[in-house]
Design a protein around this ligand. Structure first.
Ligand code: CA
Length: 246
């Protein structure tokens, strides 16, 4: 039995023995081939009351995501059998789970690439556990906030948004948005005509003083524009930020 399988068994074991008593616990899947890092993360997450599972390969990660449907996934960029970025793309498309990318790569281009692949956030190694936990909580809080509110919204042009289901359709066809994109869209729609600065969006939607640069916001806005076409008019306010114009 290889390490990946050991981790897989452990996740199942945890699931069958503790699921009942921890039914409210949120479940986080850690896909990370460096076992000491994976175990450190697992330990810290358990201390915070989360349920966790470890996959040491991308393949095991896919199997666990499929069977366990975690509430969130942490994905390492460099995995032995696949690229974490490809995995992130696949997860975003297929499961729409919130994703935090973990990586030793800290160049801005790498961060942007991670966010473009659908990651909700990004953290570079070596990381401080406190920061990882804070980002995980921020992502989960946003997802909860998004999914627990409001009636469906219909916009001219055939766009329909169902906050409860976190789903968007355009002329009846589903539009796949990541949780972060979804929240950004709702945030904009609720503030028509108002100029929103990048700093404001980072603070409100990313939930903390974001260490990255404002390209994070730009990347998400670009993705929204691409996915929604002309149905949602998001104007650039040069040098400041963005504005939704109904
Ligand atoms: Ca790695």
């Amino acid at each position: 039995m290889n390490d990946g399988q050991v981790a897989f068994e452990r996740f199942i074991h945890l699931d069958s023995t503790k699921r009942g008593e921890l039914c409210m616990a949120q479940r986080i899947l850690i896909i990370e081939d460096e076992q000491p890092i994976a175990e450190l993360l697992e330990y810290a997450l358990k201390q915070e009351g989360y349920e966790t599972g470890i996959a040491l390969t991308g393949g095991d990660g896919i199997r666990l995501a499929e069977t366990e449907r975690p509430d969130m996934v942490l994905i390492d960029w460099m995995l032995p059998d696949c690229s974490g970025i490809d995995l992130c793309r696949m997860f975003t498309r297929k499961y729409r789970m919130p994703i935090l990318m973990l990586t030793a790569r800290s160049r801005t281009d790498d961060k942007v690439q991670g966010l473009e692949a659908g990651a909700d956030d990004y953290i570079t190694k070596p990381f401080e556990m406190r920061e990882v936990l804070m980002r995980i909580k921020a992502v989960l809080r946003r997802v909860e906030r998004c999914s627990g509110q409001e009636k469906p919204l219909s916009l001219p042009g055939g766009l329909c948004i169902r906050p409860q289901e976190m789903s968007v359709t355009l002329n009846g066809r589903p539009v796949e948005l990541t949780p972060r994109e979804f929240e950004l869209l709702l945030y904009l729609l609720h503030r028509p005509g108002r100029v929103l600065t990048r700093a404001m969006l980072l603070e409100e939607l990313w939930g903390y003083e974001y260490a990255g640069d404002s390209r994070t916001v730009d990347t998400h806005i670009q993705r929204l524009r691409k996915k929604l076409g002309s149905t949602v008019n998001i104007e650039t306010v040069f040098g400041v930020g963005y504005k939704y114009v109904p």
